[in-house]
Each structure stands twice: as C-alpha cells, then as structure tokens.
Design a protein around this ligand. Structure first.
Ligand SMILES: [Mg+2]
Length: 334
C-alpha cells in the first residue's frame, strides 16, 4: 500500500498535542507540503511525462521523490490559518468502508467554527451527490450536497461545461451514480447497470449494432463489467465521429472490503484504452477539472486551498496539479 510505503519512507515526527488538536486524533499522522513533488517549482518531475509512464514505475518514482520533499506537519494552526478551504478525500480520510474514522466529526466542527469552507471529493463514481449525502448523514455528519463532489458528478459537469448536445446520448459503463447525475444534468444516456447481465452469442456473421447518436462514452468503476459493454463502448468511440471517451478516474485499486485491495476503475478504463488505442479525458482526481470547477464555483484562489488525502497518486497529485497546499494523512492504511 502506497501510504505504508510513504509512512516508512518519511521520517514523520509527530507532535501528539498538535496532531490531536488538528484532527482530534491520536494515531493519525500527517505529512504536509506546499510543493510536494508534482508541479512544484523545483520538481524534477513532469506530470505529462509521468502520465505516460507505467503505473508501477510511477508509484515507485513518486514515493522516492515524496520522501525527499514532504515534511511532517508541525504546526497545524499555521496551516489552518493559511487557507480558507479544505478539500477532503473521503475513503480513508473521512471513513473506511462504512466506518467513520475517529475524530473526524470534531475536526470538521472545529474547521467550520473557524469559518473554513469544507469540500468533499471522491473518485468513487458508484454514487451520486445525493447518495453520498445520505452516506454522510448515516455516519452522523452534516454535509450538504453542494459540498460533495464525486467523479460521477464531475462527468456530468464536464459534459455541461462543453455544452454537450442534448440530442446526443451518453453510453455509460459504470453504476447508478453516473446515471443519476446525467439525468439531473438533463442528458440522455444508455447502458449502465442495465447492460450488466448482457451476453454476446458469437454466432457466425454476428454483428453488434450500436446507437449512432452516442456522442460520449463515460467509463467508471463497474462491478458488472463485461465484454458486451467493452464491445458496445468501443464501437461508439471508434465509429461515431467525434465521440468522446471520458473516464471518471483511473484508480488502480479500490477498497470493496477491508481484507484486500480490489481492482479499481482504472481496470475498466484500461480495457477501452486497449481496444480503442485512445487515451480518455479524466474528470476525477488527479485531473484538475474538479479543482478548476470548485475554484470557479466558489470563487476560491487555489493557493487558499489545502487538499487532504490518503493517496499520493490521486489526492496529493490532484492538489499539486491544482497549485494547492497538500496534506497527506496516513489514516487510510488498510
Ligand atoms: Mg482515499
């Protein structure tokens, strides 16, 4: 696990008093940096070059560089005073699966009492903002839908931002969250869970028809991924002129259970990259689309944002790509 590697690579000097005060926790460690690895002025890395590298070497390189430039958080008050908005990743930062992480309610209350704007960002596209709102509520946290930015929402927001024609359709490889957000944004869609049980009978001469009005294929994490979806989406991307290929995220792993890491949304996206030989437009972390969207929506300067996450390759890179301060919490260790 990446965060474990970082924890061992970085000599984290914890100040129990400060740490406890910041997140109300005793066991969570933090590493913060104004310019941590990617996009930093003195960085020897180039994000574009990095994206082209294979994920394995990407993570190894990242850990090496991060261990050299990250600093343990020594003065939480100073950090809090220096920004006006905190963006939190959710899984591993706010909760682990269905369990709230100790100290989170107190921390959020404390930050709100100091007038900080709080935003919650997740790459998990299986739920809509409304569905995430219910999850926060179930965990006893008061968070409004407007404060939640899931990659399902980001996909719909991106299509809106480019004035995706309302007479075109979106083919969805993913779960309910993407469909709900597309519906709210007024877009026509097909696919999604409905195609989860579909099979292909490869009789001689069989040809799969596809809708020529599909102008975008959105690919997110999908537990019901199958060959029908790959073929259908591939036909749309390859044969419909101008068809967009959008990925909610390219996460290598996800946490379906706490027993092991599971193949993430990047595995579904990778199938389409393989069959279409095209790279997707990614709307989730670490792409800056959501950061730009948030900065515009709330009128925030990016230097006034601190991104709090538990993964270097998505959360911290997201913050760095956006020109924000970043804070790595090690509470996401599984
Ligand atoms: Mg996380």
């Amino acid at each position: 696990m990446l965060s474990k590697a970082v924890a061992s690579a970085v000599s984290v000097t914890l100040n129990p008093k400060t740490t406890s005060k910041f997140f109300g926790l005793k066991r969570v460690s933090f590493v913060s940096s104004d310019s941590l690895v990617f996009g930093g002025k003195n960085s020897s890395f180039n994000a574009d070059g990095l994206k082209k590298s294979r994920s394995c070497s990407r993570m190894e390189s990242f850990v090496t560089k991060a261990s050299a430039s990250a600093q343990p958080l020594k003065n939480a008050d100073e950090l809090i005073d220096s920004v006006e908005t905190f963006i939190f990743d959710c899984d591993g930062v706010i909760w682990k699966g269905d369990k709230l992480i100790d100290g989170v309610p107190e921390t959020l209350d404390m930050l709100r009492s100091k007038g900080k704007r709080l935003v919650f960002v997740t790459n998990n596209s299986t739920k809509s903002r409304k569905q995430y709102g219910k999850k926060f509520e179930t965990l006893g946290l008061t968070v409004t839908e407007e404060e939640i930015f899931a990659s399902s929402f980001a996909a719909a927001a991106y299509l809106k931002s480019i004035d995706f024609p309302k007479d075109k359709k979106v083919y969805v490889v993913g779960e309910d969250g993407i469909l709900k957000e597309l519906e709210l944004a007024g877009f026509q869609y097909l696919g999604g869970p409905e195609d989860g049980g579909k099979k292909i009978e490869l009789k001689p001469g069989f040809l799969m028809e596809h809708d020529k009005d599909v102008g975008a294929v959105v690919v997110g994490f999908d537990r019901y991924f199958n060959y029908y979806k790959v073929q259908y989406g591939t036909l749309c991307i390859r044969e419909n002129p101008g068809c967009l290929f959008i990925a909610t995220n390219r996460d290598a792993v996800t946490h379906l259970t706490d027993a092991q890491e599971w193949a993430g949304g990047g595995s579904m996206v990778g199938a389409f990259v393989g069959s279409t030989q095209r790279e997707p437009l990614v709307v989730g972390k670490p792409s800056t689309f959501m950061m730009d969207y948030l900065a515009n929506k709330f009128g925030i300067q990016k230097s006034q944002i601190c991104m709090v996450g538990d993964r270097l390759d998505t959360d911290i890179l997201f913050g760095q790509n956006g020109g924000c301060k970043t804070l790595l919490v090690l509470s996401g260790k599984w």
